[in-house]
Design a binder for this molecule. Structure first.
Ligand code: HEC
Length: 256
């Protein structure tokens, strides 16, 4: 192998490392994002199987409004108001009752964020609220199509470069290297397939976690090896050479 990470020009090392560091920060923030969206789906902090089921398959024992009011939207209304909204949903989300009792609560507690022009549903419109009073069947097919293709393109780009940098590592046998670079792509396919499968049946939720965990492991492995060979290995080599020359000069001196 002529090209090795440790003997790359300094500027190339800086470029590769900057890329790897930015991707690592991005990865970390993506995990936070998962914790804050999916993680709260079952209204308990932390990611669990039920979060995955609620996000993709839906919480079919209740509506989206109910799930959100017991989860991420909990801080925005006192228990009393949340109870009234949930009661209204369970009573069939009728327009008449809405005008009388629910509209004032929504206007007071929700429309500060849920208004026209916001990136989230506009609850000044009765229809938008009513839609979410139906049984929660999880992510919509449109959203699933959207996140699937964004993820496939985005992740392919990320792992193209992470894998390419890792390919210059000298200390990893070629077959293991091939396994490591192909892993994220395989896990990505597994991950996305598992979203669609979980949409159909909650039994597949654990596959979502397996897919994500596998990808993260491959990433950490390639990241650490690449950084090690770029920055730590050259120092080792230098020290080893110095010890060699020092013992050689000592030997010569003794001979004199
Ligand atoms: C501080 C801003 C804020 C307030 C106040 C707020 N929400 Fe939200 N709401 C959001 C954001 C942001 C999202 C989208 C992110 C998410 O899904 O967690 C959201 C999403 C939702 C959703 C899911 C919509 C969908 O179909 O994806 C529902 C239902 C909801 N809110 C209900 C309410 C209700 C009811 C209230 C009033 C009691 C309320 N929210 C108050 C910010 C707010």
């Amino acid at each position: 192998m002529t090209y090795q990470l440790k003997s790359l020009p300094f500027s190339v090392k800086v470029l590769f490392s900057s890329y790897l560091i930015i991707i690592a920060i991005g990865y970390f923030i993506a995990l936070l994002q998962i914790l804050f969206t999916h993680g709260l789906a079952d209204s308990k902090f932390g990611l669990s199987i039920s979060d995955i089921v609620y996000s993709y398959y839906g919480n079919r024992s209740g509506s989206k409004i109910e799930t959100m009011l017991n989860g991420p939207m909990k801080p925005y209304a006192p228990a009393e108001d949340r109870f009234k909204i949930i009661q209204w949903v369970r009573d069939g989300a009728k327009r008449e009752a809405y005008e009388k009792k629910i509209k004032p609560i929504i206007e007071k507690r929700c429309v500060a964020c849920h208004h026209a022009g916001a990136a989230i549903p506009d609850f000044t419109k009765f229809e938008e609220l009513h839609k979410r009073a139906a049984t929660d069947t999880g992510i919509t097919l449109q959203s699933l199509v959207r996140v699937s293709h964004i993820h496939l393109f985005g992740i392919a780009f990320i792992f193209m470069f992470v894998g390419m940098i890792f390919c210059f590592a000298a200390g990893v046998p070629e077959p293991l290297k091939a396994v490591a670079v192909v892993m994220p792509f395989l896990f990505q396919i597994l991950d996305i397939a598992s979203w669609w499968l979980t949409k159909l049946s909650p039994h597949f939720a654990w596959l979502v976690i397996a897919g994500g965990a596998g990808m993260a492991m491959a990433f950490v492995f390639m990241w650490i090896i690449s950084m090690y060979e770029m920055w730590i290995l050259p120092i080792h080599d230098k020290m080893r050479n110095r010890i060699k020359t020092e013992s050689l000069t000592a030997y010569m001196r003794r001979k004199d």
